[in-house]
Write a protein that binds this ligand. Structure first.
Ligand SMILES: Cc1ncc(COP(=O)(O)O)c(C=O)c1O
Length: 423
């Protein structure tokens, strides 16, 4: 048993708040959090944007480039075979991570954005004028713009179920927006702008009841909760590696095999074919039909390592840890004069959006940055969600496995300094 697991199990036997935190020794696996990593020491509260990468992930990338930097699926020599085996093993690891039935249901993409665009092209282009695609008011631009582009191509109707004043999407409003013309429902599991967690399984069940196909944007979900595509019963699911402690440039589209079989390829090129003549091409089998060209090999291998790393931490522990941090942060933010919390969802994950009276979020981000506190300031690629609250931007703090209560304190101290300087 790794020693931090033992520490955690010990901690669970007594109930004080700090005892349910993951051990701070996790931080030692992150170069930029280690002592001397940066000056001033980094307080990283921007994991919703991208997570830091543990040494094991970086080592996996280096191992590929040093020891097997060959292309895959092509070479008949040992180094290429080793790279192919590592790449396909990563696919099997991801399959297990989200509990997909088959590894051929895992398509490597460049990220969540690329994965949603693949659905919009591969599945969406099969829709007809007047068919409805339903999204929510909480979505990231990556789950809005591809459907607007589809509307331009195919004449579909894009409908939006609004969030309420708290930043929730009420299930009854969602159900009321579904109808016999709804062909596709695409929504985020967790809002990157507000931290709202949606009732994914119930929404999918309701969408299926009207015969709609479902797309879950799991970009924010995969690093903080167990994602099980069979339990959710979703048809498509998209996420990025870099928010899951993995490399940039890699993401995943999960899709039911039958959907992938029925979909035409979206990109053409090498590796996605069985044979090519100038007259016609026959396509490769799944998943290769959707992976044209040389894929991000090192990144896929790194993602496999990242999913194993996060699985070993344990999602029950991760959820408990992040709950302590987000509750402490909310309490301390609320006690600070001039703080307005944006969104009060019934179920919040480890993201808090807020504003400071009289100070632009960008100024907050810049001054906190000088203190080593990294938060995100802006619209978080969710401009319609900002518009809902009548503001252009928020300050967003997001918490992850390597954060501590000292990070929460540093945020509050930093915000006080911002107020001293700006007011
Ligand atoms: C909810 C959500 N969906 C989609 C994306 C897009 O992810 P990427 O930029 O990695 O493709 C993000 C990124 O912030 C996100 O938070």
């Amino acid at each position: 048993m790794p020693c931090w697991t033992a520490v955690f199990l010990l901690a669970m036997t007594n109930n004080s708040t700090s005892d349910v935190l993951l051990p701070a020794t996790i931080r030692e696996q992150f170069a930029c959090l280690r002592e001397g990593g940066s000056q001033p020491p980094l307080v990283y509260l921007d994991s919703a944007s991208t997570a830091l990468k543990p040494d094991g992930v970086i080592a996996a990338l280096t191992d590929y480039y040093r020891n097997m930097p060959a292309n895959i699926h092509r070479g008949l020599y040992p180094m290429s075979e080793a790279a192919t085996a590592a790449f396909e093993a990563a696919r099997a690891t991801v399959q297990k991570f989200i509990n997909a039935r088959e590894s051929r249901e895992i398509i490597f993409t460049s990220g969540a954005t690329d994965a949603i665009n693949l659905v919009a092209r591969g599945f969406g282009d099969g829709l007809r004028a007047g068919d409805e695609v339903l999204i929510t008011g909480l979505e990231h631009h990556a789950n809005i713009v591809p459907w607007q582009l589809l509307r331009e191509r195919r004449g579909i109707v894009l409908r939006v179920v609004a969030m309420d004043a708290q930043g929730d999407v009420p299930l009854d409003a969602f159900r009321a927006a579904l109808n016999g013309r709804t062909r596709l429902v695409a929504f985020t599991a967790i809002s990157n702008a507000l931290g709202t967690e949606l009732p994914v399984a119930e929404m999918i069940e309701s969408a299926h009841a009207v015969g709609a196909t479902t797309v879950v944007d799991a970009a924010q979900a995969v690093a903080c909760r167990r994602v099980d595509v069979q339990k959710w019963n979703c048809d498509f699911l998209a996420f990025s590696g870099h928010k899951l402690f993995g490399p940039t440039g890699i993401g995943v589209l999960y899709a039911r095999e039958a959907l992938l079989q029925a979909m035409p390829p979206v990109k053409g090129g090498g590796d996605m074919i069985l044979s090519v003549t100038f007259e016609r091409t026959t396509y490769n089998e799944l998943p290769h039909k959707f992976e044209a060209g040389t894929p991000p090999i090192a990144q896929a291998i790194g993602l496999g390592v990242a999913t194993e790393w996060v699985t070993a931490l344990g999602f029950d522990q991760i959820e408990a840890h992040e709950r302590v941090l987000v509750d402490a942060a909310l309490k301390q933010l609320e006690a600070l004069p001039g703080v307005q919390i944006i969104g009060r969802p019934g179920k919040r994950r480890s993201i808090i959006s807020f504003t400071l009276d009289g100070i632009h979020p960008h100024d907050v981000g810049t001054i906190l940055g000088e203190d080593g506190v990294a938060i995100r300031a802006g619209h978080h690629c969710a401009q319609p969600a900002m518009e809902h609250f009548g503001i252009p931007a928020t300050i967003r703090a997001s918490f992850s496995v390597y954060n501590t209560l000292a990070d929460v304190k540093a945020l509050i101290v930093g915000l006080r300094r911002v107020q001293e300087i700006m007011l």
